[in-house]
Design a protein around this ligand. Sequence first.
Ligand SMILES: Nc1ncnc2c1ncn2[C@@H]1O[C@H](COP(=O)(O)OP(=O)(O)O)[C@@H](O)[C@H]1O
Ligand SMILES: [Mg+2]
Length: 564
Amino acid sequence: MGTHGDTAITTSGGPVGDHRRLHDLLTELRRRSGALSLRRINSVCGVFVGHLSEIFAGKTAPGPDVAVKIAQALKATDREQARARFYADGVEADRSAQRAGDTRRERRPGWDGSPYLGLPPFEERHARIFYGRRALTARLLDRLRGHPGSAGVLLVLGPSGAGKSSLLRAGLMGSWAHDSLAPGCQFWPRRVITPTSKPLRQLAIHLADLAGGDAISAHEALLANPGQAHLLAGQALTVADRPPGPAGDATASSVPRLVLVVDQLEELFTLAIDPGERDRFLTALHSMATVPVLPDGRPGALIIAGIRGDFLDQAMAFPSVRRAAEAGVVAVGAMTESEMREAIAGPAAEAGVRVPDDLCTAVLDDLRERRLPVGFDSGALPLLSQVMFVMWQTRTAAGLTVEGYHRTGGVADIVRTSAERVYDTLDADQETLARQLFLHLTTVTEGKLTSRPATRAALRAATGSDETNLVIEAFAGQRLLTVADNDLVTIAHEELLRSWNRLRDWLQPSFTDQALHQALTDDQNWQQRHRDPSYLYRGGRLVAVDDAVRRWTGDPGQHPPSTR
Ligand SMILES: Nc1ncnc2c1ncn2[C@@H]1O[C@H](COP(=O)(O)OP(=O)(O)O)[C@@H](O)[C@H]1O
Ligand SMILES: [Mg+2]
């Protein structure tokens, strides 16, 4: 939901309040004086032109004495001069409060609580323990800087578990600072939302909150006229507390914009959402991101939407999304080895705990061994995150050690417990579906169990239940299943096949069937074998074959064609 971190200073009062008031006052005085040039002001009050330029751009606030000097140079009344001093005093007080805070930060007490999160994504407040994504965050900011308004929403794409949510929340929003995007952008209003099953209502609530209006009328406006959503965005900007105004020397880049992150855009397709609402929501986002409302002719909102790759197809049925995709997406891919090392060791370091190199290596080896032959894939981060979380919980006075890692059962046990947790949330029908699903996603060949991807559609057809997607989503949500761009559903980690005993129990009949099938194939030439009655199945063996045949016909996907 809306992560509004400590650094999002968009509320009234506080440092922004006085800084903005002072800036507005000086800007107004300057306008009234006939837009005196900075050089002229300098010649009257002696304040350096460079400093004046920063002040009128809203990048910095003058101290009380300087503020009064500038006001005098601009022929302010006594009352106005007093107001300038009053605001500048306010800024000064906030500055010293902030300095105290900075000193606190410099001493950097250890991170409070576990520095590892397990399966959930990182939020903005986790920015400090978010490691391994520096380069990607920088790339995302670069893309935002050059993002043309005409392109609409900037799409951030990747498979489930790749780290999209974490990148947007802890990476992008968490590193949002004074000039991460543009001078003064720390003053811009910004929000993180997810569509939920009522996306338009979500949007209305946040826009109304930013604009100081009421959510009901915002919702009505969006419902009736989603293409006018840019007006709501504009309203949010008018009200937002910010230093630079359209007048004065504010550079184009410091004209504030509304920054909206829509995480998990795929919810538009995974949750039961009225198609009309989905349509309106996308229209509203598009108009906010494309229709010019700023004095400099740019659209009011910068919108960044994270979407799971396997939903891009569906989303691209909407022209606005297609246009956004055509403008180029930011892909969230696997980390490099050194980034992985950072992701393992960085968080503990924040909590004052060292991760020894041999532990890093052990974890990385396990992750790599069980993944692709080269490097890591998008399934690695959840496992890493979960295993480090459990290690942290169970660490001893010796700290984080290889021994401790092995005690947790390593990557293997992590997966089993996570899987059981999801399974426990299912009702009886869904449990049956889960069993069918996993059976379809595995295959036993030559007595060996392997993962076998299947498309969503194939799984739905095989189980014959509308709830199949729900169950897929439940496991995908905990990253036990991954769904790729081409809609291919895969067991997220081969480890699941090895370590989830419930799954092994389910698969046991398959092992038996394999043996039976082998026998049947061997017996296929019974007729040619002179119809010898001793070859006929009887008693227990006949029952077993009947059983197997029922399973094979019931679960056709589970068995390779040769077994049918
Ligand atoms: N930089 C990181 N370091 C460690 N773990 C991470 C990092 N980024 C993501 N993760 C973990 O990976 C898993 C998936 O991350 P998430 O952001 O939810 O991915 P997505 O939104 O793409 O599905 C989560 O368990 C999360 O904690
Ligand atoms: Mg996500």
